[in-house]
Design a binder for this molecule. Structure first.
Ligand SMILES: O=P(O)(O)OC[C@H]1O[C@H](O)[C@H](O)[C@@H](O)[C@@H]1O
Length: 328
């Protein structure tokens, strides 16, 4: 059941911490605030469109994003589920195109954190497009219960995603991929590099899906890039102290860095994407020059899909930490 803006406000507004507002194109959005950070999330796609700490925006949003309720929003954190890329259903699945239900809202004044929980169950729409072949050869609908939990802390953001196979048919296996398709705001693509990928194999979508080994300690982008790095478990780096090298985005222009932590047992893959010149021109919801100011670093389970038997659950977590704090 969808609610009016007024109904959502009376259900979920929580003083200075949580406000439901009318967003672009009249779509409803939640604004979360702590003393030093803020975050905006559209109910359409449970799509995060802004994450700021100390008034600095960390997410890129395209000025051409249409904010249509039939299409994914361009920028921020699209939630990719249950399919990554092309396949049996629409590109990148349907989670980013559905209106999610707000399930819970929590303000923890002691921890100074604000949390919103979204819920998506199988519905008329998903039943129509996403089915599973069971052993009898018949097709049956995929039944699921997913929770997407976004927690804003004063200096970082936690994203948690839980899925349960709620089918009553014993051989109905729920098979899916998942990714947090985050667009980071950067000073200029020439100023940034990614750490933590050295030595990893990646599927190079720009070169016939060839498996290639990453030889660079600093991964820089200077042409169209579309790669799925595999099994990105943090490794010990060489040098004094031998620290584990986390996945990090370094921006030498703005003199900022963002550390990305994640549960690599449930989400071992990392996508690095920048459309560069030609692809940008082909995207109608992305301006020609915007590739200079964004990079997508997407944490997910892509290469080996998750398979859940009825009643089984999957849980995963990803944190975005401007500067070098880790919550995992
Ligand atoms: O245009 P979208 O459906 O949002 O996809 C945008 C991009 O997402 C990912 O990063 C894929 O690896 C790319 O191949 C794709 O072009």
């Amino acid at each position: 059941m969808s609610h009016t803006l007024e109904q959502l406000q009376s259900l979920w507004n929580k003083g200075k911490y949580i406000q439901v507002l009318k967003g672009n194109n009249d779509l409803s959005k939640l604004v979360l605030k702590t003393s030093t950070s803020s975050c905006e999330i559209y109910i359409h796609g449970a799509h995060i469109t802004s994450f700021k700490t100390n008034s600095i925006e960390h997410l890129f949003m395209s000025e051409k994003s249409g904010f249509q309720d039939t299409k994914a929003i361009r920028g921020g954190v699209p939630l990719i589920w249950p399919q990554f890329g092309n396949g049996k259903i629409q590109t990148h699945g349907f989670a980013r195109n559905c209106d999610w239900e707000i399930h819970k809202a929590l303000v923890d004044e002691k921890a100074q954190s604000v949390q919103i929980e979204f819920l998506l169950r199988n519905n008329e729409y998903s039943d129509k497009i996403w089915n599973c072949n069971i052993t009898s050869g018949k097709e049956t609908v995929n039944s699921f219960h997913t929770i997407y939990r976004v927690t804003l802390h004063p200096d970082f953001l936690d994203l948690e995603f839980d899925v349960k196979n709620t089918s009553a048919t014993s051989d109905n296996i729920l098979e899916f991929q998942i990714a947090f398709h985050t667009y980071y705001q950067i000073s200029n693509i020439d100023n940034v590099y990614v750490l933590g990928l050295e030595g990893r194999d990646y599927i190079d979508k720009m070169n016939n899906h060839k498996i290639t080994k990453e030889l660079n300690q600093k991964v820089q982008i200077s042409n169209e890039t579309d790669r799925v790095y595999l099994n990105v478990v943090p490794t010990q780096s060489t040098g004094v102290g031998k620290n584990y090298q986390p996945l990090q985005l370094i921006d030498n222009g703005s003199k900022t860095s963002i550390t990305l932590t994640y549960d690599y047992q449930s989400m071992p893959d990392v996508v690095v994407w920048n459309p560069w010149i030609e692809k940008s021109k082909k995207m109608d919801d992305f301006a020609d020059n915007e590739y200079h100011n964004m990079i997508c670093i997407e944490i997910g389970t892509i290469n080996t899909p998750v398979k859940l038997s009825p009643n089984q659950s999957f849980q995963t977590k990803h944190s975005i930490l401007p500067s070098n704090k880790s919550s995992l």
